[in-house]
Design a protein around this ligand. Structure first.
Ligand SMILES: [Zn+2]
Length: 301
């Protein structure tokens, strides 16, 4: 039995994933960080939340712990040799979850960056199944990526690579959480798109994703909205042109909360690329088909 765990910035999802890439049972729990929590407390809290939720999903299908033969973890931030480094969204600089959970469960634990996991899932069971050279671009709170050549994930020796979100598209541009300026994700993450809508229309800071999407959809002919979308698409195409010139994928698959903006952003992106001459060979562009479960499924593979 394979368990996939997706650690998000605000929740942890745990699922039992079968060999066909389907989630048999899953449990999701919001993470509630106390302001006074020290890094050591956050680590303990994440570890405990994972263990509790694994027990919960096992209970729902009536399986004992001993039937688990693999546990995979998808996490934000950089991962090296199973150690999660610099997960800024979680307030963690270093945590060796693989070692801690291996000692607890006695089975192999793999830890990978969440965009890589979602890309692996789309490659094996989703939109990228029939392509050899592909890029998966996860556009959500940040922008993560995964690259495939000849059907295999590119896994460099030093670090995981394909950090497309941190390629610089504007010199002296917006400050990024990585410490640089002008990173792709500071212009094209969904967080950045939502921030622009909130600021330009004086919306409440607390306006959630669903409300922003409705707000934009209901003002499709509003020129201010259209200008924001046009600028967003300009930057997105700039990033895509860099990716294509370097990686030359046959296809780019978009995942993350970007997929909810099909009419608002994706269709316009495709339209622009089809109707304008660019100095790169535009690959096929598609949206991921596995939705929010992609990270969990890919973690278990
Ligand atoms: Zn950056």
């Amino acid at each position: 039995m394979k368990i996939g765990i997706d650690i998000g910035g605000s929740h942890i999802g745990v699922g039992i994933v079968n060999d066909k890439g389907k989630i048999v049972s899953k449990k999701e729990q919001d993470l509630k960080f106390d302001k006074d929590m020290k890094e050591v407390d956050i680590k303990q809290y994440i570890r405990d939340t994972i263990i509790t939720n694994i027990s919960e999903v096992l209970r729902t299908v009536g399986s004992p712990i001993c039937l688990i033969n693999k546990i995979g973890i998808a996490t934000p931030g950089r991962v090296k040799n199973g150690v999660i480094k610099n997960a800024f969204n979680l307030g963690i600089r270093e945590i060796n979850l693989a070692k801690e959970l291996e000692e607890y469960y006695g089975v192999p634990i793999t830890v990978r960056n969440d965009a890589k996991c979602a890309g692996i899932a789309e490659k094996k069971f989703g939109a990228l199944t029939f392509y050899e050279d592909a890029v998966f671009l996860c556009i959500g709170t940040g922008i993560g990526g995964a690259t495939f050549y000849g059907g295999s994930l590119v896994e460099p020796k030093r670090n995981e690579g394909s950090e497309y979100g941190h390629m610089i598209i504007k010199k002296d541009g917006n400050v990024c959480k990585c410490g640089n300026r002008g990173c792709f994700e500071t212009y094209c993450s969904m967080k950045s798109f939502k921030k622009q809508i909130i600021e330009n229309f004086d919306l409440e800071e607390s306006t959630n994703s669903k409300e922003i999407l409705e707000f934009v959809k209901n003002r499709f002919t509003n020129s201010k909205i259209n200008d924001i979308i046009d600028l967003y698409i300009d930057d997105l195409i700039l990033g895509i042109s860099n990716i294509v010139n370097i990686a030359e994928p046959e296809i780019i698959c978009f995942g993350g909360s970007f997929v909810h903006y099909k009419e608002v952003l994706f269709n316009r992106l495709v339209q622009r690329l089809q109707n304008t001459a660019y100095n790169f060979d535009v690959p096929k562009l598609v949206l991921g088909t596995l939705g929010n479960d992609a990270g969990m499924i890919g973690a278990a593979i």
